[in-house]
Design a protein around this ligand. Structure first.
Ligand SMILES: Cc1ncc(C[n+]2csc(CCOP(=O)(O)OP(=O)(O)O)c2C)c(N)n1
Ligand SMILES: [Mg+2]
Length: 282
């Protein structure tokens, strides 16, 4: 049977707000996997908490849901256990840059061969729109009626400062372009960070599709960090595309000398043990 977007559909109804960027992000992910001819049985997707995290039962694959900010370590563990699976972590800007920021930093440094989709809707949406580090300074949000006082974290700047192997940015309002970026991220051998500028019509109404579509500008893939940084810091546009790719970096597992001559995956080496004697004593 041929693999199509339908192969990834489940019967679970979406509960996202009308116009939420998650609809297109899920569609782009399903389309990317189908176009790469990946069977759902070959794919692990990890989720955590939040509106994006509620997508875990809406796409058919081996999905694992974890605590807030922990989609990355779960994906890394799954990948190291069995590298034959295509492993994708999906996470919100809140989970990724607050609760789980350590995992992003060390994931980039270690260069595990997984793909990370950061759903950047510029707020903690599921808990009704509190500020995150990507909320624009001065913006009034729940709990901050006088506006956000701190500066922002620019995801691209942070990622590029860590010698990454892949950083791309997509826009939830351009599903076809986002699909192509996700495909490139999955094909890339290494830690592929894909930041998705995500519309949130409930808690970030000012940033509408009309506003965003005038700002986004497609750029070509680059192997120059300086060029990528220039795109990121350009205040007139929101550059989207594969902004930086370094194919020369070795991924984490491939750099392990003690695993070089071993043909099995770690999951093949797990030995079954009969523990009925221990259980009988409990
Ligand atoms: C450790 C922890 N801290 C806080 C929460 C409360 N919480 C649940 S959902 C959520 C918002 C999630 O925001 P984000 O990760 O950006 O995802 P979004 O809802 O915006 O898609 C928060 C703060 C939690 N569940 N666990
Ligand atoms: Mg968010």
């Amino acid at each position: 049977m041929s693999i199509t977007i339908d192969s990834y559909n489940t019967d679970v109804k979406n509960t996202w707000c009308p116009g939420c960027g998650n609809f297109n992000i899920h569609l782009a992910l399903k389309k990317a996997l189908a176009e790469l001819k990946k069977d759902p049985s070959e794919v692990v997707i990890t989720f955590d908490i939040g509106c994006n995290g509620n997508g875990g039962d809406k796409i058919k694959a081996f999905n694992i849901k974890g605590l807030h900010g922990r989609a990355l370590p779960i994906a890394i563990g799954a990948h190291l256990a069995n590298r034959e699976m295509t492993t994708i972590a999906t996470i919100g800007d809140g989970g990724c840059l607050h609760e789980g920021i350590d995992h992003l930093i060390h994931g980039i440094r270690s260069n595990y061969n997984i793909t990370v989709l950061i759903h950047n809707n510029q707020n903690f949406a599921l808990t009704t729109g509190q500020i995150t580090s990507t909320t624009i300074k001065g913006k009034r949000m729940y709990g901050f009626p006088h506006g956000k006082t701190e500066g922002d974290i620019n995801i691209g700047e942070l990622v590029l400062s860590l010698n990454p192997s892949f950083y791309a940015r997509g826009y939830s309002g351009d599903c076809i372009h986002l699909t192509e970026i996700i495909k490139e991220g999955i094909k890339h051998r290494g830690f592929s960070v894909i930041e998705i500028i995500q519309l949130c019509p409930t808690y970030n109404r000012e940033f509408s599709h009309d506003v965003a579509s005038k700002l986004v500008k497609k750029v070509d893939v680059s192997d120059s960090i300086e060029k990528a940084r220039k795109h990121i810091l350009n205040s007139k546009n929101l550059s989207i595309g594969v902004l930086y790719q370094n194919k020369k970096l070795t991924d984490y597992y491939s750099s392990l000398k003690n695993r070089k001559s071993i043909k099995t995956e770690l999951v093949d080496e797990v030995k079954r043990k009969n523990i009925s004697n221990i259980l009988a004593k409990l």
